[in-house]
Design a protein around this ligand. Structure first.
Ligand code: 3H9
Length: 709
């Protein structure tokens, strides 16, 4: 038996425990160990049944994803080889009861399906999340799950990839009993109930497989839903094909088909990109100069400055995580409006079934308001979310310095301003840090944590840990203008404007990016956020642009004539009362006139050029950020773009995408644009260096701490 699997006995019941921390993944040795234990119980006449359980905080979270990377990068031969061990479990003549706590995901749920009975603790979750990695279940899940839960449920679980809770798993037949209290004791008692009876094999259960007529309708509807809701993703459709095979082929043949489809997905570019996204998101928490077990400041209360959209959203995020908040604003009207918006947002969530009224009532009780900084005295952390202006922020931080207790974290939600300048107005710059939430704060997963020159390591570590508690992906970035996300986004938006000025229709520009996989086109994003905001930022920072650099001008004129985007009913598009966009002939005519007046030559621009110019401008700026040390790794930039800017996860983020195209090719294209369009396209030195040495962004790792301005 391997060290990863332990065998013990509770009189006539064997207990097989998996011990592969942190999540009991099915790394090499785990499936083998389970199979060996099963062979042992077969041979031991004193054993009548067995319980299979996970040690530590969870049952099995799936196959070991690192092994997939080894396989596809040529670091390992053969196949993942879990399925054959599951047959050993299923073939056992003595019943095996699986006891699930924490998660049974992917291969973990497939192990459970091969056992004869399944019991779970009430807070356990089970799921087939493989599609999130661009693959399908590959150890019999598409063949056994429909036999336990029925075709429709199996399709839903394998295509959406969202785990379900124990109660739902019980209802649909995946779990046989939910056990309150001691799970192992309950599972052993269950095992004694079924000991001596024949062990039912899931693969022989056909009663839920439906008729061809019923199934035809289910499959057709499911394919249509996937095409609509999971645009650009082949894996969910492939999962449906594999489940269809379960309804048409004998079990063994169905498994062969599943295996073929699994490997077809595993070696796809999409799967490699999605696996990169999975690991990159976990890598962000590893910061070279911060110890693995850092000092953490307990955050049991938060004070927020500003009851506007951001302040209110952040208050909801804290309350949802169980942290009481107090919001301060300058007058009662602002506080009342802020609270009303929070209430309205919660009411929408209740209407949509996301929260119960009782839950919302509890959260609302956690949100208090005040007009005085004196009520901040007890707060462990402050998040300033006032209007974006340096003078105001300096005033606020001076007040915070006076009112807050020593040891409190003083953070700013600024999206553009210099954290060090803000910190300098306090007597404790080590307590100051940026917490850049994205709008709407209660929805968007991304949180840029901006490290100032003096930000304390305990402050950084606390914010990183807190981001997880708040349900966010916190990425630590250095202190430069726009930090990482917006610093890259501004040139991207600007490029979209240049493309229109050179002759592309706004809707053609947006369509090219949406077809590439972006959640929205850049011009539609501008309309959504308000063109006047971008206008103000452009004006404020114009002096920082390189002299002689090309400037877009059409959008400025639109703002000056009152086309501010969705809020004014027109911008790059025109909007109806429900804010639905349609192309606007007026804007087409205006662009035509303005560009003629300015002598900008007009031409046909292909979708390919649109995408290259938009995405490579992100990549080129990302390369500078990486080299200058404002992001620690290319994967951190990717995590920011996938979670905060609607970049398609299946392309891995801009830096991964560039690596997959090949940096030589990207560099050549950037150099071509440099010749055509001038200095804004000057290739980033790191891009040039890596391209010339045949390397990728993924090879570039920074060991030192972040750069700060
Ligand atoms: C599959 O099963 C295919 C099958 O059909 C069989 C085919 C033949 N492998 O997320 P956390 C690491 S596909 C390797 O921070 P949490 C993770 O990288 C798989 N490593 O914890 C991290 O490492 P580090 C289907 C894994 O509590 C550490 O564990 N399963 C795996 O927030 C802690 O992770 C999935 O897709 C893994 N499978 O969340 C589930 N899982 O500390 C993927 C985790 O070095 N996992 N790690 O950074 C998850 O969704 C979450 O990790 C989980 C825990 C919910 C389990």
């Amino acid at each position: 038996m391997t060290d990863l699997v332990q065998y013990s006995k509770d009189n006539d019941v064997a207990v097989i425990t998996i011990n592969n921390p942190p999540v009991n993944a099915l790394s090499p040795g785990v499936p083998e160990g389970i199979a060996e234990a099963v062979e042992r119980i077969e041979k031991d006449p004193s054993v009548k049944a067995a319980v299979l359980i996970g040690g530590g905080r969870t049952f099995i979270a799936g196959a070991d994803i690192k092994e997939f990377v080894k396989l596809t990068s040529g670091g390992r031969r053969g196949d993942i080889g879990i399925a054959q061990y599951l047959l050993t479990i299923e073939n056992s003549r003595k019943p095996i009861v699986v006891a699930i706590h924490g998660n049974a995901l992917g291969g973990g749920l497939e192990v459970a399906q091969a056992c004869h009975y399944r019991v779970a603790s009430p807070d356990a979750k089970v799921g087939q999340p493989e599609v999130n990695l661009g693959i399908i279940p590959g150890a019999g899940g598409t063949q056994r799950l429909p036999r336990l839960a029925g075709i429709a449920k199996a399709i839903e679980m394998c295509t959406v990839g969202k785990p379900i809770k124990a109660a739902e798993a019980l209802e649909c037949g995946i779990v046989d009993r939910v056990i309150e209290g001691d799970l192992l004791a309950g599972a052993i008692a269950f095992a004694r109930e079924v000991a001596g009876k024949p062990a039912p094999k899931t693969r022989e259960r056909n009663e839920k497989l439906g008729t061809p007529e019923q199934n035809a309708l289910i499959f057709a509807a499911a394919r249509e839903t996937v095409r609509k809701k999971q645009r650009g993703l082949p894996a969910p459709l492939v999962a449906i094909d594999a489940i269809e095979a379960a309804t048409k082929l004998p079990f063994e043949k169905g498994c062969e088909e599943e295996k073929r489809l699994f490997y077809q997905c595993l070696y796809s570019d999409q799967s490699k990109a999605l696996i990169h996204v999975f690991f990159a998101e976990r890598e962000v928490s590893k910061i070279p100069d911060i110890p693995k077990e850092p000092q953490i400041i307990p955050v049991n209360s938060v004070a927020i400055v500003g009851a506007g959209t951001m302040g209110g959203g952040i208050a909801m995020v804290c309350a949802n995580a169980g942290i009481p908040v107090v919001i301060k604003d300058t007058d009662q009207g602002a506080l009342d409006r802020g609270l009303a918006t929070i209430q309205k947002n919660y009411a929408t969530s209740v209407k949509r079934g996301r929260f119960t009224q009782e839950y919302v009532d509890q959260r609302m009780k956690m949100i208090k308001t005040t007009l005085s900084y004196d009520d901040f005295a007890g707060a462990d952390m402050v998040i300033e979310a006032a209007f974006e202006g340096m003078a105001l922020k300096k005033e606020i931080f001076a007040e915070l310095d006076r009112a807050c207790k020593r040891g409190a974290i003083l953070s700013s939600n600024t999206s553009t301003l210099n954290i060090d300048e803000i910190a300098a107005t306090t007597s404790r710059p080590e307590a100051v840090i940026g917490m850049h939430f994205f709008s709407p704060a209660n929805v968007m997963r991304l949180l840029e944590i901006v490290r100032g020159k003096a930000s304390g390591k305990d402050v950084i570590a606390t914010c990183m840990q807190l981001s997880k508690k708040l349900g966010k992906v916190g990425v630590l970035v250095g202190n430069c203008r726009g930090f990482v996300g917006n610093r890259m986004f501004l040139p991207y938006i600007r490029e979209a404007q240049f493309l229109v000025e050179e002759g592309a229709a706004p809707e053609a520009v947006d369509k090219a990016f949406v077809d590439f996989g972006m959640a929205m086109g850049p011009l539609a994003v501008g309309d959504l956020g308000g063109l006047d905001i971008a206008y103000r930022i452009r004006k404020e920072f114009r002096h920082t642009e390189k002299p002689g650099a090309r400037q877009p001008f059409v959008e400025d004129r639109m703002v000056e004539m009152g086309r501010l985007g969705q809020k004014s009913g027109s911008g790059w598009y025109k909007y109806d009362a429900d804010r639905r966009a349609t192309p606007d002939p007026e804007i087409a005519a205006l662009v035509c006139k303005w560009t003629a007046d300015a002598n900008v030559p007009q031409r046909q621009i292909s979708a390919e050029e649109i995408v290259d110019r938009g995405i490579y401008t992100l990549v080129n700026e990302g390369a500078r950020i990486l080299e200058e040390g404002y992001a620690l790794r290319a994967g951190d930039i990717d995590t920011i773009y996938v979670n905060g800017y609607g970049f398609p996860a299946y392309r891995g983020g801009p830096m991964w995408y560039a690596d997959s195209v090949g940096l030589k090719k990207v560099y050549e294209r950037v150099s071509e644009f440099h010749k055509q369009h001038g200095m804004l396209w000057e290739p980033a030195p790191l891009l040039k260096k890596l391209a010339e040495s045949g390397k990728a962004f993924a090879d570039f790792q920074r060991e030192s701490a972040h750069a700060t301005d």
